[in-house]
Write a protein that binds this ligand. Structure first.
Ligand code: 1PZ
Length: 211
């Protein structure tokens, strides 16, 4: 039987992604994303253009991990060093390395901010809150500024198809509303820490605008 999504799993994978010295293991980082994609798929086909792109990016990173250079892709830190040292990153415009690990992971990293903002809204939401509003507010504060008009349009349409708050809590598969809220309270600092470590690393290397 296919394993079904649970918020607990997402929490576990992001927890595993942090090493003792605060490096981020790519294997678990993308496992976290796989979980999220399976969650999104359970919400309906309107989201398939989003999950296709996410899966595509996860796959690119998995291919690097499975390649002969795989050992360099153990953590985000080692990937950055390896790709930069070997000039495997297109820094100003897409050319010889249009699908570097660095630029690919950056897309997921930006989406992680959306996730953090959205889950924080969900955690503190009330019965009247609308998931579509929480989702698009989080989107406008994060991913939107990196997306072309046409993508922003399509995304706006998809948000309208989101299930309501109750149904949303239900699919998260983590028990009562109260339990979901507690679990979110546990998950958010972790997601936020992984986000911040990655953000600082990219900023320090001037990679936040990779094409
Ligand atoms: C639960 C509701 C789901 C809402 C998801 C909100 C995020 C909207 C993202 C819209 C992506 C649209 C499709 C393609 C976009 C790509 O152009 C960009 C840039 O990549 P490039 O073109 O430079 O290669 N891709 C992204 O920004 C990555 C988006 C990943 C989104 C993963 C969302 C996972 C959501 C989990 C839900 C719990």
């Amino acid at each position: 039987m296919a394993e079904c999504f649970s918020l607990q799993n997402v929490l576990e994978t992001f927890k595993s992604s942090l090493s003792d010295n605060k490096e981020v293991y790519i294997k678990y980082y993308i496992a976290g994303w796989r979980e999220l994609v399976s969650f999104m798929n359970s919400l309906g086909t309107v989201f398939s253009f989003i999950s296709k792109d996410a899966v595509n990016k996860i796959q690119i990173l998995e291919n690097f991990l499975a390649s002969e250079n795989g050992s360099h892709y153990l953590t985000i830190q080692s990937m950055l060093k390896f790709e930069l040292d070997n000039e495997l990153v297109d820094l100003t415009k897409r050319a010889n390395h249009p699908e570097s690990g660095c630029r690919t992971l950056l897309r997921l990293h930006r989406a992680l901010l959306w996730l953090e903002l959205f889950l924080e809204r969900l955690r503190t939401s009330t019965e009247e809150s609308k998931t579509s509003v929480m989702c698009s507010e989080a989107y406008n504060e994060s991913l939107a500024r990196h997306h072309a008009w046409i993508i922003r349009k399509a995304t706006g349409v998809a948000f309208c198809a989101l299930p309501g708050r109750d149904a949303f809590f239900e699919v998260m598969n983590a028990g009562s509303h109260e339990e979901v809220v507690n679990l979110l309270g546990e998950a958010l600092p972790l997601i936020s820490e992984v986000y911040q470590i990655t953000e600082d690393l990219y900023a320090k290397n001037n990679l936040l605008e990779l094409p």
